[in-house]
Design a protein around this ligand. Structure first.
Ligand code: ZN
Ligand code: ZN
Length: 260
């Protein structure tokens, strides 16, 4: 059994424990307070315990560039001022926080913003994996995941910092690669040579949903999954129908298929 703890991003008032067999089956629930979509924030194999976690700062390093922000965050967590933190971390460890699971989680999120400037320990060891997040190295805000569609068929996806108005990390891809539309292909294999039919059936076989009755083949798949099948159908001039209409360019593979 696996446990997911959900938190409402608006209310941030309590963790809701849910248990499921497999993380793949997880769907967010709705906050009963405000109706927002809850976020799964902690993942693990343990139920919640009444543990109190302690966070100890061992070291503050390389604070030349964003030092003030670093100490602002530490002060808001611990109530200790900059001088006290520098003095304590200079002679050993400095306890900055003690609290329950929810508050420890919230503090760890704050510490993520200055993660590259500090070293800390949690005792007892924090028992859950946290959701992936990306912090902007320039301002420390959490970057949000977004996909921006450009002209033609290009798109950019990655983590974007709203405060700096800049990508923190991104990658370019084709719109067809991220299209989640289910396309339905209908093929009539009547009169097609057997070896060609076999090739088509092999590719169709890789699709999740398909129905083959004699010469009539019906299958469903996303744009990336059906792209090569369409290329093959085009190369052999085999009639087919795609619904909705396939909006992307179909690669010209006639030379590859016809040569074989
Ligand atoms: Zn809420
Ligand atoms: Zn930023």
């Amino acid at each position: 059994m696996r446990y997911i703890f959900e938190l409402c991003p608006e209310c941030r008032d309590k963790l809701v424990e849910r248990n499921i067999d497999d993380f793949q089956e997880y769907h967010e629930s709705i906050c009963p307070n405000c109706g927002s979509m809850m976020h799964g924030v902690l993942f693990g194999k343990k139920r919640a315990e009444d543990a109190i976690y302690k966070i100890t700062l061992n070291k503050v390093r390389d604070i030349s560039k964003h030092g003030d922000r670093c100490f602002d965050i530490i002060r808001s967590i611990s109530g200790l001022d900059k001088e006290a933190v520098i003095e304590k971390t200079g002679i050993g460890d400095c306890d900055i926080f003690e609290g329950d699971l929810l508050n420890t989680y919230l503090v760890l999120r704050e510490l993520d913003k200055i993660e590259y400037m500090i070293h800390y320990n949690v005792t007892p060891e924090f028992p859950y994996a946290r959701e992936f997040s990306m912090m902007c190295p320039d301002c420390g805000e959490e970057a949000e995941y977004r996909v921006v569609y450009g002209k033609d068929e290009e798109a950019t996806g990655g983590f974007f910092c709203k405060r700096c108005n800049e990508w923190v990390m991104y990658t370019g891809f084709c719109r067809a690669d991220v299209d989640e539309t289910e396309y339905c292909i209908e093929i009539s294999a009547e009169g097609i040579e057997n070896d060609v039919k076999e090739k088509i059936l092999y590719d169709i076989g890789l699709l999740w949903e398909k129905k083959i009755e004699g010469d009539s083949i019906k299958a469903r798949g996303q744009s990336v999954e059906i792209r090569d099948i369409l290329a093959m159908l085009e190369a052999y001039n085999i009639p087919y129908i795609v619904t909705p209409l396939y909006p992307y360019e179909i690669p010209d593979m006639s030379s590859i298929y016809k040569r074989e």
